[in-house]
Design a protein around this ligand. Structure first.
Ligand SMILES: [Zn+2]
Length: 133
């Protein structure tokens, strides 16, 4: 991750931070190029403080996993149809849920409620369909 050597204002929470990070969207949770998922404003160069850059990273994974889960639930081809991938995704969302709950508030980028809801959906699905292996 690229970072500045000078203090500056975070483009997300607007606080002045000693170091700013430029987010490289790179690859998503499933190792696909992330750009296709990003909103237009994600593609403009932006600088984030450390907390916001971490949240941005979480947001990226939450979006990818939610998108695949919605496909799975709709009966479409989904990467989450693979049970190992599903478990890996559920663990990642669990970890993010844990991090956003203990983190600062208010959250600027990622809504803790969205993460909690996705986690509940994943757990309910897993319970209903059983661990395949
Ligand atoms: Zn910030």
């Amino acid at each position: 991750m690229e970072k500045t050597a000078q203090p500056g204002r975070c483009d997300s929470c607007c606080r002045v931070s000693p170091v700013l990070y430029k987010i490289s969207m790179g690859h998503d949770f499933f190792d696909r190029a992330y750009d296709r998922l990003s909103a237009v404003d994600d593609q403009a160069p932006r600088w984030y403080c450390e907390e916001c850059s971490r949240e941005k990273d979480f947001q990226k994974d939450v979006r990818s996993i939610r998108e695949e889960f919605l496909r799975l639930r709709a009966g479409e081809a989904s990467l989450l149809a693979d049970s190992l991938t599903f478990q890996r995704a559920r663990r990642r969302i669990q970890e993010i849920d844990h991090q956003v709950k203990k983190g600062r508030s208010p959250h600027v980028i990622l809504s803790p409620r969205d993460v909690a809801l996705l986690l509940m959906d994943l757990e309910a699905w897993e319970e209903e369909h059983g661990a395949l292996e």
